[in-house]
Design a protein around this ligand. Structure first.
Ligand code: ZN
Ligand code: MN
Length: 484
């Protein structure tokens, strides 16, 4: 028996706003517990919510980037449930009238074809607080602590559509999540730092016999904090569900928990005791009409998305497609590259050096490119020295490394470190002669027509001069000495 897999995600992303969704409290997540609180976000009787305009803008922007229709008329609803981190006893969310509906996200499918994953809706809602269990596990401690700093922080929830172009494999699932994160970061609506819980993911998965039109029973897994865990859990579920279906058993519609340690999912609650949220329109907030002009303004302001930018970089600067994709993966990187472009004589060299050399240094010291100690101006100066042939790649690497730790211009470093190229031809000739004497084997190989050994000899000269020799002059001198 073969099965089709259908995966559906609900992604929650914390919006990057200064204040909470319905009050003026700060959203700073590093503040001491319960210091960013007020009567509104702790649900005191009589306190009234006031909607954060920036959060609405962010939600609409997200919807636009996910190709959604933006509603002219939207409104909020109460989602009622009890939990100790939810001070009001309900969450203000959107139900019947979300801001954004019927979108799609383009990914590459398993056959390398473009595939538009259906997105049902993007809506705005508030986050809950956080529970801290005193000794790590409720079983052993007698109490838990609650921090309401996060209560009322704005979230968008992006709901994929399981009926319209659903995600059908683990690869598609990974691409979908990565792309959502990339886009939200790009357009500046969320930082999406998963380690800080700014991006969380609920996953639904069902299997059905290949070709069947009917959906199988869905299993839901909630609040997963990393893509790795999501994919592990889904992979386990595919195995578990197909095993059961092959054995003629039915899949129970339920919520399951993924246990990281044993790498299995375990039942949490079944459909029968699923909560009934008793949604109703939020009486403390008026409905919102978004006029055409407002939507148009936000549409025009939507920044270039990664793919568009990659295409522009390929077309305008002749950068190979693979490199353009790397340069546009994160907005910070493409911003860096694009600031080098107008002052750099060789954009393709700049791109290569960002990807090969700058990334190495950034990764080694875990610095994001936004905080790169080498400014695009100085980086471009270095690229210009390289492309003029003023310095060799080896020197270039040393200079870049120095610039990374000692924030000065490349020429200053070259002077300070004595890295200037050897101008004196006699001095270079002396080194070449020494190298030839020490490598008689290679010399005779060249005489027999093995030209590969020339590169070896050039390399030896570079080593002796710490890269200060001009490669072309060195080659000429070696040629002369051997032929002459
Ligand atoms: Zn507040
Ligand atoms: Mn939600």
């Amino acid at each position: 028996m073969n099965f089709d897999v259908i995966i559906c995600f609900e992604v929650h992303a914390e919006l990057d706003t200064k204040t909470k969704l319905f009050c003026k409290c700060s959203t700073n997540s590093d503040a001491p517990p319960n210091t960013n609180v007020c009567p509104v976000c702790t649900g005191q009787p009589g306190a009234l919510p006031v909607l954060n305009r920036m959060a609405v803008e962010h939600c609409v922007r997200a919807g636009l980037s996910l190709n959604c229709t933006i509603a002219n008329h939207a409104g909020f609803a109460r989602k009622n449930y009890f939990y100790p981190d939810l001070p009001k006893g309900y969450q203000i969310s959107q139900f019947e009238f979300p801001f954004c509906t019927d979108g799609f996200l383009e990914i590459m499918d398993d056959n390398g074809k473009e595939y538009k994953v259906g997105i049902k809706r993007v809506h705005l809602e508030e986050d809950a607080g956080k529970l801290l269990h005193a000794s790590g596990s409720l079983k052993t401690s007698t109490y838990s602590l609650v921090d309401f700093n996060r209560a009322g922080v704005p979230l968008i929830e992006i709901v994929a559509d399981h009926t319209r172009n659903p995600i059908r494999s683990l690869t598609e699932a990974r691409l979908y999540l990565e792309k959502i994160r990339q886009i939200l970061r790009y357009i500046g609506v969320s930082k999406c730092r998963m380690e800080k819980g700014e991006l969380r993911c609920d996953a639904n998965i069902s299997l059905r016999q290949k070709g069947s039109k009917e959906f199988g029973n869905r299993v839901e897994m909630k609040n997963m904090a990393s893509f790795k865990l999501v994919l592990e859990a889904l992979s386990y579920e595919i195995k578990r569900q197909s095993g059961k279906l092959r054995a003629g058993e039915t899949i129970i519609q339920e919520t399951r928990l993924y246990d990281e340690a044993s790498k299995v999912t375990v039942p949490m609650r079944s459909k029968e005791n699923a909560p009934d949220y008793r949604y109703f329109p939020e009486p403390d907030l008026v409905d919102i009409d978004l006029d055409r002009g407002y939507i148009e303004k936000l549409t025009n302001e939507t920044p270039e998305l990664p793919e568009q930018k990659a295409n522009r970089i390929i077309k305008d600067y002749g950068i190979p497609a693979g490199d353009a994709v790397i340069l546009t993966k994160e907005k910070g990187v493409s911003d860096y590259f694009l600031s080098c472009v107008p002052i750099c004589s060789d954009t393709s060299r700049a791109s290569k050096w960002i990807i090969k050399e700058l990334f190495k240094l950034l990764n080694a010291s875990s610095i994001p490119i936004e905080k790169c100690p080498v400014t695009p101006e100085r980086f471009s100066m270095l690229i210009n020295l390289l492309s003029n042939g003023d310095i060799t790649d080896i020197i270039g690497r040393t200079v870049l490394e120095e610039m990374f730790h000692d924030e000065t211009e490349p020429l200053d470093i070259i002077k300070k470190k004595g890295l200037e190229p050897i101008e004196n031809k006699d001095e270079l000739k002396k080194t070449v002669d020494t190298v030839l004497l020490q490598n008689r084997g290679a010399v005779s190989q060249i005489r027999q027509g093995n030209t590969k050994s020339i590169s070896y000899l050039i390399g030896q000269v570079m080593k002796k001069t710490n890269g200060r020799a001009n490669p072309k002059e060195t080659r000429d001198l070696i040629d002369e000495a051997i032929r002459g």
